[in-house]
Design a protein around this ligand. Sequence first.
Ligand code: NI
Length: 196
Amino acid sequence: MIYPIVAFGDPVLRKCAAPIQANYPDLKQLIEDMFETMYGASGIGLAAPQIGLPIRLFIVDATPFEDDEDLSQEDRDVLKTFKRVFINAQIIEESGDEWSFNEGCLSIPEIREDVFRKEHVTLQYLDESFTPHSETFSGIAARIIQHEYDHIDGVLFTDKLSSLKKRMIKGKLTQISKGLIRGDYRMKYPLAKKKR
Ligand code: NI
C-alpha cells in the first residue's frame, strides 16, 4: 500500500518520535509499505513521520546510486548494497569535516539546498528483525542516514540553512503546506483548502 507523504507544515514532522517494540502491530507490512511508498516517489530514504507515524523507524535504499557517474567509485561501491531498515536508531558519534551536499526531501517538493553535515556517523540501531547493530557510515551513506535520522527527531533539512536562505524559501514552504506546490506523488498537505 502506498501512503500519502505528509508535506511540510504538518505537526507530525516536528515531533520527537517514540521508540517501538518488536510487537508493534503489523510492523513487517508497515516496512514493506514504506519501501513501496518511497519507490513510488523515487526517494532514497523515508522516515515514518513522513507517512504520519511518530515512531523511530526509517528506511533507506541508495542502490540506484550505483551507476551515478558523479560519485566516487568508493561511494558507489558502498551504495550498491545500501538498503536498510533502521529501528530505534541512536547516533553515538558524528566526526570528520563538515561538507556540503545538495539535499531534497519528499516532504518538501521542489526545494533543494546545500546542507553541511559531518563526514562520518556512528549509530546503534535495530534492523527489521530487531537484531542490534553498531555501525559507522561515511560519505553519501552517512548523509542519507543523518537526513533521515533528523526526521525522527523532528528536524528538517531546511532548519539547517542560513537565516538568509530560510527567508528566501519561506514563501515556497507555505505554498507547499497549502498544496500550491506539489510533489508528483500522493501527498497530504496540512493547509490545503478542503474541496466542497
Ligand atoms: Ni526528508
